[in-house]
Write a protein that binds this ligand. Sequence first.
Ligand SMILES: [Zn+2]
Ligand SMILES: [Zn+2]
Length: 775
Amino acid sequence: MPTPTLVAMTHTPETLLQRLLLDPSRADRVTHVEHVAARVGRRADWPGWVPALLVDRLSLAGVPAPWEHQAAAADLAHHGSSVVVATGTASGKSLAYLLPVLAALLTDDRATALYLSPTKALATDQLRAVRALKLMRVRAATYDGDTAQEERDWVRRFGTLVLTNPDMLHRSVLPRHADFGRFLRGLRYVVVDECHTYRGVFGSHVAQVLRRLRRVCARYGASPVFVLASATVSAPQESAGRLTGLPVSAVTDDASPHGATEFALWEPPLQPGLRGEDDAPVRRSATAETGDLLADLVVEGARTIAFVRSRRGAEAVAMGARRALEETDPSLPPRLAAYRSGYLPEERRELERRLQSGELLGVAATSALELGVDVAGLDAVVLSGWPGTVASVWQQAGRAGRAGQGALAVFVARDDPLDTYLVHHPSALFGRPVEATVLDPANPYVLGPHLCCAAAELPLTEADLPLFGAPDEVRLLLADLVRRGPLRSRPRGWFWTGRDRPDADLRGTGGPPVRLVEAATGRLLGTVDNASAHTQAHAGAVYLHQGTPWVVDELNLEEAVALVHAEDPDWSTTARDVTDLRVVDVARSTSYDGIELFLGTVDVTHQVVSFLRKRLRTGEVLGEEPLDLPPRQLRTRAVWYTVTPELLAAAQVEPADVPGALHAAEHAAIGLLPLFATCDRWDIGGVSTALHEDTGEASVFVYDGQPGGAGFAERGFARAEAWLTATRDAIAACECATGCPSCVQSPKCGNGNSPLDKAGALRLLSAMIGTGLAG
Ligand SMILES: [Zn+2]
Ligand SMILES: [Zn+2]
């Protein structure tokens, strides 16, 4: 195939955006354009302790000197202070940790370092980067599920820089610490890359794995310095401290250069004539809109990545864009590709190379973390929907724009309350970051299993307790583990009894994961966590596994298996459940005039009783079928508020409308909490009722979906004013009349989105905020 001629990029970001808006029907889809100014880079001198050989090799690799933030972080780490570098995409966070790590490995034969990343792709890329420096004294290797046995032996005996992930550390390194004695004795640095990805229950588990690592290291006489790298989030110092359990300094002043960015917020239009659930208006999908934008940008010769949340979505975007290009210029479709996670490293690098060279002009991709390790300096990026955190928005948008050259970023809203809020409240994206990485290592459901693992690694002593949490609480938990059998208490501490293998499931709590098995072939496709199986893998459910649809034939709870077959029907399914919530205890509360706000422990009982089939494009309900599933119990943390009848009356919410107003307020609140708490709306649940038995008032509860909680409810309580104000503003921003998926309808509602009173919710929330809640 001949190399295609490059289409010249003659546009500035401003004119590129103007081209997209040439079609007058599009003009009102842009709700805001933020001009993010260019940043000039600031270099620092190489710190004096960096060996000359390393300076030489880095210069050869094209690094004439570090940026200021790299030098500052490296210097802190070198002098023994744990540090988190929280700067933008492509700001060179890796040099900040490579400098102290490589300097130590080059100057001390016994020194070792551990690098932890959330994905194998990232570890592989880091290994490649380190090997390219050709430092003979640095023996670097990856150690993960793919590493062959003889290679593992080599790593244990000789490796000085080991690149792995928290799961391997938990399952393979710590339980066999004696085999890693040499490595652990010399351990000087632990690098935790992309540390904002360790959030929620998973983050809480990783926090305990790192505490176990520190304890085992101490036994070998090592006390490693932690260097963490994170995208920009609020309070990185606090989050990194909670993750490691150590005091951590933060370096946040990004000194790398970056081109100016025009950042447009884009809301797809309501489609006249289309009606969805409860006759709600239907917005054009973010996927369809993104496909058009990608095609238009490619026509303009702009090298563009469109980031899409699901694999199916990425493929749909690529397909839509290709179809549009065939009409305009048949030479262009071959210069467009779809990328999903799970590609081989060589395939991914080939794609990155073609994009970098301009051979490819457009890519629709699923994950920012994998793709784009080596891609920066694109002309445009389109974000199809909220990628989960503000940090990821910047990570994805950061792929566009080289120094001295502007770039365009477009955020396309999906039809949910959070996206609606963001496109109408730009300051949530462009102001100070609002979200902090939330995790709760003290969750007893997380801590208990790790105490067992720790005791199996080395007996636990009284002196160990503060490492794992508040000593009194840890002691209570240990007493319980002794009573239940896995631990034995002796004068010298707590010992593992050796019955069963101690284990903690890092990816979740609450029962064995349910396996998804293709009925016809017996092939194992993957797993669903136990807690979600009832709602997502019941008989008849359409289950999306890595973006591919499957239909469940049968859910067998005893065997923890769901039998499925491949099918792509024209509908999705939503489970309906009855939920009962009881207050167990109140940890904290605040009162305002007519409102009380609580944080505490609740018991939630769920029973999935039926499911709805909804048409894919509109959400219109096609039918309902009953299900026979047992109830599930969940003890977890919740944040809730109660409102007095007087306040409801003042808000002009008639008694008959109270359930609908509370329910609508609950849905929107669940939609908005992710903006403050790095969770997904699927990680949390809610209950609203006009009169709750335990509170005696009209109440709205939002609870963590995992046993013991993940810290999300705490964060909701701490940021209640901002959270409920955003909730009100999100509802107000939607132009629909009586509620739609962009504001108060929820795709996960167990009650079929009924009753919902959008206007009542708006008046109620306004009255609540008026009482000084937001003051
Ligand atoms: Zn709406
Ligand atoms: Zn609901």
